[in-house]
Design a protein around this ligand. Structure first.
Ligand code: GEK
Length: 243
């Protein structure tokens, strides 16, 4: 998925407002996520591969917090089985409007249904694949276990959850190193010091990262027997959990 709109939201001095997934963000989102999230393209590509392996005929696939639908399109392109459906959910109207346009303009075999809804209220049924690609980190901490529990309940045996998150290291020195490496990545992608620091402040208390242990514990508590990391670059990590 591409867009030629460059992310310049934090280029000039900005009021110290919390980060929001509004129209301004939706308009530059493909550029923003690629220049800000190390390993994003590899994860999206991997989601297509996983869809090919895990998605069973006559089942649902969910993309929770779909933004513009990159993971939905990847799933749809990877699915080789009959009679499946991809359900893409986001609670930002600006994202959903643009997601509908993206989904219409790319070729895909498996239908994608796009809806504006809160993932905390989303029913998960007859699923063979669920994707939470950098979404759980925006949900209140106390709601996270309930969401993972509901996903576990809605997955069929053998189904897969892909959970990607910005993570914290429990070791302060190592944590700071990962943050520095991430900021180098953003500098190398053309973000200035002002952009990096204003974005960091805007995300404070909006994006709440946890440790790898916190995520694995939560997945195991829901009932997933197999849960581990399949991709990581600096403090951006993707887990797979299989029911
Ligand atoms: C991708 N997965 O390109 N309910 C629904 N959506 C939500 C909620 C909620 N409660 N909270 C936040 N979101 C995408 C990238 S971006 C990640 C996901 C990022 C949505 C929010 O509106 C936004 O579109 C998305 O989660 C997070 O593969 O920007 O770092």
């Amino acid at each position: 998925m591409s867009s030629n709109q460059k992310d310049t939201i934090y280029r000039g001095q900005q009021p110290a407002n919390p980060f929001k997934f509004d129209e301004k963000v939706a308009a530059v989102f493909p550029d923003m996520i690629q220049r800000s999230v190390p390993g994003y393209d590899n994860i999206i590509h991997g989601i297509q591969q996983l869809a090919k392996k895990f998605v069973a005929a006559n089942t649902h696939c969910y993309d929770l917090g779909c933004s513009l639908g990159a993971a939905s399109l990847a799933m749809s392109q990877g699915i080789e089985k009959e009679n499946c459906q991809v359900i893409a959910i986001d609670n930002s109207e600006a994202m959903i409007k643009r997601c509908e346009l993206f989904v219409e303009s790319y070729h895909h075999e498996t239908p994608i249904t796009v809806a504006c809804a809160d993932i905390s209220d989303q029913k998960i049924e007859n699923a063979s694949m669920v994707v939470l690609n950098f979404t759980l980190q925006f949900i209140e901490l106390e709601k996270r276990q309930v969401i993972i529990d509901r996903i576990y309940q809605g997955l069929n045996p053998g189904g897969v959850l892909v959970l990607s998150e910005k993570i914290l290291s429990p070791d302060n020195l190592f944590n700071q190193l990962l943050i520095d490496l991430h900021h180098d990545f953003k500098r190398a992608n053309g973000y200035s010091e002002l952009e990096i620091s204003q974005k960091r402040n805007a995300l404070e208390n909006v994006l709440v990262p946890e440790t790898i242990d916190d995520h694995i514990k939560r997945l195991k508590q829901s009932g997933f027997k197999s849960a581990d990391i399949w991709q990581q670059q600096f403090n951006f990590c993707s887990f797979i959990a299989i029911k």
